[in-house]
Design a binder for this molecule. Structure first.
Ligand SMILES: [Zn+2]
Length: 257
C-alpha cells in the first residue's frame, strides 16, 4: 500500500516547505471559519484586520510573517490579531508537516493533506457554532471523489467506508435523537470516504473514546451537563486526523494484541 511505511526520504527543506504551505492554507482557512457559518462568500478574500476591516498590503499580508512583523497588531487601529488566527495557521502547518513526514512526496500525501486541512474548519466551526455546515462536508466529498483518481484509497474501500460510517451514524442519529447533529453524520461519512475501509473504524473509535473520556472528566469535575461540554464533531475530526496519520499502525497494533 502506498505510504504504508513512514517515508525515509523526508528532508528538512521538505518539512519547511510543507509547514509553510500549511501555514498559508491556515491563513485562508481562518477566513473560511469566519465566513462560512455567516453565509458570507469565501472569495474574494484579502488578509486584513478582523476589528476595523483594513486590508493589509505587501509583506504585511503574508501568513504568519505579516502577523509577526506587525507585532500581532493592526497598524491602523492597534487591535490584536485574533488568537484563533494564529492557532489555525499553526494547526495548518502542523497538519502538513506531519503529513509530509508520514507520507513524503506522494499521492497519499496529497490525499491526506486535503483531508487534514479540511478537518480544521470542520472542528473549529463546530467548536464555535455547534454545527458543521453541509457545504463544507459536501465540498470535501466532491474533492475526495476527484482525489480517488490519484489517491491511495481504492474506490471500493472509500465507498464501503462512506456507507458504513454514514449508515452507522445515521442509525444512531435516528434512534437516539439529540446525541449528535446531522452535521456529525455527514462528518462520519466524510471520514469513511477519505480513510476508507477498515481504517475509518480507527478514526471513529478514537472519536468515541475521546468523547467518553471528555464526558467522564466533565462529569467528575461537575463542569457542565454531559452533552454540552464539547461538540462531538471536534473529537471525530481529531480521531480522523490521527487515523489519517497513524491509522494503519493503530489497526495492526489492535489486531495483534
Ligand atoms: Zn484594525
Amino acid at each position: 500500500m502506498t505510504g504504508a511505511l513512514a517515508s525515509g526520504g523526508a528532508s528538512p527543506l521538505g518539512v519547511a516547505v510543507a509547514v509553510a504551505l500549511g501555514i498559508a492554507a491556515g491563513y485562508w482557512l481562518n477566513a473560511v471559519i469566519d465566513r462560512l457559518p455567516r453565509q458570507r462568500p469565501l472569495w474574494p478574500w484579502r488578509p486584513g484586520c478582523a476589528a476595523c476591516g483594513r486590508a493589509f498590503g505587501g509583506w504585511q499580508a503574508w501568513p504568519l510573517v505579516g502577523d509577526l512583523g506587525r507585532g500581532g497588531r493592526c497598524p491602523a487601529c492597534g487591535s490584536w490579531a485574533p488568537a484563533r488566527q494564529l492557532a489555525v495557521q499553526s494547526l495548518g502547518g502542523l497538519a502538513l508537516g506531519l503529513v509530509y513526514l508520514r507520507y513524503g512526496l506522494s499521492a497519499a500525501a496529497i490525499h491526506y493533506a486535503v483531508f487534514t486541512l479540511l478537518l480544521i474548519p470542520v472542528a473549529l466551526i463546530d467548536l464555535e457554532h455547534q454545527l458543521i455546515p453541509h457545504r463544507l462536508t459536501l465540498a470535501g466529498l466532491a474533492t475526495g471523489l476527484l482525489l480517488l483518481t490519484v489517491g491511495p484509497i481504492r474506490p471500493g474501500s472509500a465507498l464501503i467506508g462512506l456507507a458504513v460510517a454514514f449508515g452507522g451514524f445515521l442509525l444512531l442519529y435516528l434512534l437516539a435523537p439529540g446525541w449528535m447533529g446531522g452535521g456529525d453524520v455527514m462528518l462520519a461519512g466524510l471520514l469513511g470516504f477519505y480513510l476508507g475501509w477498515p481504517r475509518v473504524l480507527v478514526g471513529i473509535a478514537l472519536g468515541i473514546v475521546a468523547n467518553g473520556l471528555g464526558a467522564a472528566a466533565a462529569l467528575l469535575l461537575g463542569l457542565k451537563r454531559r452533552r454540552d461540554y464539547l461538540p462531538y464533531g471536534v473529537l471525530l475530526a481529531l480521531g480522523g486526523a490521527v487515523a489519517a496519520l497513524w491509522g494503519d499502525q493503530l489497526l495492526h497494533w489492535y489486531l495483534r494484541r
